[in-house]
Design a protein around this ligand. Structure first.
Ligand code: ADP
Length: 463
């Protein structure tokens, strides 16, 4: 109540001012007429009395206690609040990021917010809902709400030109001023495409993961059966089967390790690392750890570039990046070839462009993750170059998909899991870095990774 009193007393003050002003004008006119001799003193006094009485009556009639007077008053506190509320809800509706529509009798769109205009491609004349949204389930729900039935939630999907999944809330609104058709339908459209897609990806991932694990498991079960049966006494067959079983067990171990690693990386992807790491030193350590594997294929791994390259990063995760890339280079290289790893410290946009375009115009090239190149950000870049089988251009966009493997590629006895590059990509995005691939089939591949040299500043200078 106390909240409402100031505008009311302000209204009274204005009314008093109007009454006094009108009375003063009337009295001034009477005085002029009196002094000019046009009217006599008794007439003037009677007129003043009449004016005072009328002013008093006007003041009383215009007071808030009189309902009839409300429209005449410019400062009705209650009305002003209602108008404010209406304009606030109007503004809220206009700014809602999802489509909202009001559909009246005959299915005509009476009101639509900008998001609805954009989503349904409505012109200035909104027209019939059925002309803009050809979804029988939605139109049916709207018709039944317009007939006075309760609200409904319906879902529909479209697959062309793009896939989309939408949930529509159809809410009945009753308006008193519409005679025989008092019901309107309020439609609120919620785009569920992203969550549906994530749900499907999760399902696909589980299906793929269980399929990948089931294959070696089935093969193990088969060999155990054989060893228990007719191969029990066959020493040669037993050794052969045991070797295969060992390979399959190792493969299952690799799959489980990669799945766990992917889960861990995804879990903290939104928290950028803060450690200080030397990318050069870390790369050289990785090379040392993988040299025995490379030697077994007659492959040499050379390190080139800067002796030190400081980056903001999680050392263990950066080690995982280098390990995956160098291991792939070994797996997909021909025997007796050379792998080169080089690291360059403190590079900017131009150096990154040059270093990630090293195989010439004919090579296939893809930026898998773009680094933020604004604000003068500097990076350290690691490149792993092999002289292996190379990858055809058409496969490049799919390399970081989980379980994706290029058909017909030989990776030797240690068959890949198809998860390595997916892990690398997630680690790079956690580090807010960049990831590039260039390849020439039959000649070789270069994977490049850039990691920020400094922490991102909230306000950065120009590049
Ligand atoms: P995998 O464990 O199968 O190696 P990755 O995710 O690391 O899984 O790689 C995905 C696929 O990309 C590989 O199966 C292989 O077909 C291809 N690939 C990756 N690195 C190279 C490379 N250096 N040379 C050629 N092909 C590669």
């Amino acid at each position: 109540m106390s909240k409402d009193s100031p505008p009311e007393s302000e209204g009274r003050r204005l009314r008093r001012r109007d009454t006094i002003a009108l009375t003063a004008i009337a009295i001034a006119v009477l005085l002029i007429l009196l002094f000019s001799g046009a009217i006599s003193l008794p007439v003037a006094l009677t007129a003043v009395g009449a004016i005072a009485a009328m002013s008093f009556i006007y003041y009383l009639l215009a007071s808030p206690a009189s309902p009839d007077s409300r429209p005449a008053e410019p400062d009705q506190g209650e009305n002003r609040i209602t108008a404010n509320e209406a304009s606030t809800s109007g503004a809220m509706l206009e700014n809602l990021p999802f489509p909202v529509l009001l559909v009246g009798s005959g299915g005509r769109i009476e009101r639509a917010n900008p998001a609805a205009h954009e989503y349904l491609g409505l012109g200035s004349e909104s027209g019939l809902l059925s002309a803009s949204l050809r979804q029988p389930k939605v139109l049916e729900a709207v018709s039944s709400v317009l007939r006075g039935d309760g609200g409904k939630i319906v879902e529909y999907s479209t697959f062309a030109p793009i896939e989309s999944h939408v949930r529509v809330h159809v809410i009945p609104l009753k308006s008193g001023d519409n005679g025989a058709f008092p019901w309107r339908a309020l439609l609120v459209l919620a785009d569920e495409t992203a969550s549906k897609r994530a749900e499907r990806m999760r399902g696909d991932f589980l299906a793929n993961a269980s399929h990948e694990l089931r294959t070696p498991l089935a093969s193990l079960a088969g060999f155990i059966e054989t060893l228990k049966g007719h191969a029990r006494e066959d020493i040669e067959a037993r050794d052969k089967f045991l070797n295969i079983m060992q390979d399959q067990t190792e493969r299952m171990g690799r799959l489980i390790n990669d799945l766990l690693s992917l889960g861990r990386v995804e879990m903290d992807e939104h928290v950028p690392p803060s450690g200080d790491t030397d990318l050069s030193g870390m790369t050289q350590d990785t090379i040392d750890s993988l040299t025995p594997l490379a030697k077994s294929k007659g492959i040499t791994i050379d390190f080139e570039g800067d002796a030190e390259a400081r980056v903001v990063g999680d050392r263990d995760q950066l080690f995982e990046i280098a390990q995956n890339l160098i291991e792939n280079a070994i797996k997909y290289s021909n025997p007796n070839t050379r792998i080169v790893c080089d690291v360059h410290a403190n590079v900017g946009r131009e150096e990154i462009d040059r270093l990630t375009n090293s195989l010439g115009r004919e090579a296939g090239r893809l930026t898998i993750t773009s680094p933020a190149l604004t604000g003068g950000r500097r990076y350290a870049i690691l490149r792993v170059r092999d002289a292996g089988s190379g990858i055809e251009r058409r496969h490049l966009p799919r390399l970081t998909e989980r379980f994706y493997r290029v058909d017909g590629q030989k990776s030797g006895p240690k068959e890949g899991t198809g998860l390595g590059l997916a892990i690398v990509k997630h680690i790079i995005s956690r580090h807010r870095g960049g990831f590039f691939v260039e390849s020439r089939p039959g000649e070789g591949t270069v994977f490049s990774v850039c990691i920020p040299s400094q922490k991102a500043r909230p306000s950065s200078g120009d590049f």
